[in-house]
Design a protein around this ligand. Sequence first.
Ligand SMILES: [Zn+2]
Ligand SMILES: [Zn+2]
Length: 293
Amino acid sequence: MSEQTTIQAFVRQDQAGDPTITDMLGSEMVVVAVGKVQEKITIHKGLLDNYAPAMSKAAVLLSTQAPIFELDLPNVDVAVFKLFAQVMYSGGQVPSITATMLPLTQIVLIRSLAQLYTFFERYHIKFELCNKIMDRIQDGYVVMKTFPSSDFASSIYKNTSPVSKLRLFATSCLAYQLRMEVDAGQLDHFKDFLMAHPEMLKDFLATMKGYVPETDPRNRQCNGEPGCTECGSNKERMAGMTGYWPCYFHIHYGYLHNGILKIVRPAYATEEEVEMYTDPGCYLWNIDGHGAY
Ligand SMILES: [Zn+2]
Ligand SMILES: [Zn+2]
């Protein structure tokens, strides 16, 4: 018998009265059957309308008497879907890896965030959530003082598309490690790993072509650009540290097709059915149209 998860489990007490989330909720509900075990998770359809329109459109109305829909997601991990629900019910807050967490907790959370990211790519979830997760993954590696492991990188390549920014992050980390951390004794491991992953080898070479030596991909470095909300008035926040442009690993451009925003242009769609899309702004910047991307 499948376990029933109620929405109360996800609503954060301090945000339960937040008008923006309340406005989004509405009265329609979706019963989502998740994973091979078909665990039933009930969520507000209004949240899917906002964060995951592709899922919302796929939900089927069960009865005209009550506004209840159903949706089958057999290939989605239950824990990943629950994390997604938690993110939606908290108004788009993505959990951070903190220095006070146990090392095992940090590793589990960073893996869950990467899984959530690949799930978002697959189901065309709002770009802003993908970008927030990417930032939390970068921050997580800074806190853990480490880089994506080779297992982590291979699993990213197994579960993402060639345009994935998560792939770009993984190969940028490899490039940095090659310059900063890999000594002659480790070169064979590096070679074996890349030879076992030809797709990654190709991306790695492309990354190396434009790589600025010793630039740390885990850091977001704006060099005092006005409008950066992370630096705010503290322009010296990243002084002396190397890093990538804050939006470098973000998604801000896409294709609108039947009301669903996609990263890749759908091959089967005609020219008239697809519209190019540019984000109106990035959550990291507070000046409209300036400094973003
Ligand atoms: Zn900044
Ligand atoms: Zn951005």
